[in-house]
Design a protein around this ligand. Structure first.
Ligand code: ZN
Length: 109
């Protein structure tokens, strides 16, 4: 079965995004796991805690995006990529270019 070119483009984009996000969340995890990696100039532990909280929020956001990308990759395999999960209509090329992991059309976003 032939895969449409647009799906191949999406596949390459999603894989690249996935690799970037993995690298980013690993980078963040290293810092989050090691508070000593923070600059000694932090005046108080409250500031360190706040930084760590931001870090963990960023890690959580990256993991959420990874889940979305994995779901999009699964949809490419299933042949349903680019279709809205609510109405089954096309999500639209421009929207997919801006958000390759989009699962809903603009109306159902
Ligand atoms: Zn829709």
């Amino acid at each position: 079965m032939a895969t449409p070119d647009s799906d191949l483009d999406a596949l390459a984009t999603l894989r690249q995004l996935r690799a970037d996000l993995l690298a980013r969340s690993e980078e963040l995890s290293v810092t989050a796991d090691d508070p000593l990696a923070y600059d000694d100039n932090f005046a108080d532990s409250g500031q360190v805690a706040a930084e760590l909280g931001e870090n963990q929020a960023a890690i959580a956001a990256a993991r959420e995006q990874l889940d979305e990308i994995d779901a999009a990759l699964a949809r490419i395999e299933a042949g349903t990529y680019g279709s809205c999960e609510t109405c089954g209509g096309p999500i639209g090329t421009a929207r997919l270019e801006a958000m390759p992991a989009a699962r809903f059309c603009i109306e159902h976003a």
